[in-house]
Design a protein around this ligand. Structure first.
Ligand SMILES: [Zn+2]
Length: 152
């Protein structure tokens, strides 16, 4: 291995961290909060990301931190594929870099708010949560074998 290739590797690593810095910073803050509240079940290093399994039904992908769970939430079903779904969001983060929070975070948050609002009326989880942007895209990227409502 030449000095040049080592330097190039370090530069690539630093560029990758800078590219996703806004969401990774929020991820680091969220990680500290989850550690403090005792919400972390397990931490693993996989596919260049830090996977954090949470005890509750919270799940979010923030840059290099992938928070996932298998515990269902009352407003949105988490199901057995949450880890791969959140990894799909991590791939979106890698693709979109500094615009990830605007392009994926904002519409995803709006979908959660919609799910919460409809739960107040129906008292059921929203089955359509994963069927629209950016959730269906995260499913595809993560290889989630979720069946759509239309296929049921
Ligand atoms: Zn999602």
């Amino acid at each position: 291995m030449s000095v040049l290739s080592v330097v190039a590797g370090i530069a690539r690593g630093a560029a990758g961290i800078a590219w996703e810095a806004p969401q990774s910073t929020l991820g680091a803050v969220n990680f500290a909060i989850e550690l403090a509240r005792g919400g972390v079940s397990r931490v693993t290093r996989e596919r260049g990301r830090i996977f954090v399994e949470l005890r509750g039904s919270r799940a979010i992908s923030l840059g290099h931190f992938v928070f996932w769970s298998t515990v269902d939430a009352p407003i949105v079903r988490v199901g057995p594929y949450n880890k791969e779904h959140e990894y799909g969001h991590a791939l979106q983060s890698r693709m979109l870099g500094p615009i990830y929070l605007a392009v994926v975070g904002v519409p995803s948050t709006i979908r959660v708010m919609y799910a919460a609002a409809q739960y107040l009326v129906t008292k059921k989880p929203w089955d359509g949560y994963y069927e629209g942007f950016p959730e269906s895209w995260a499913d595809r990227l993560g290889g989630v074998p979720r069946r759509s409502r239309a296929a049921r």
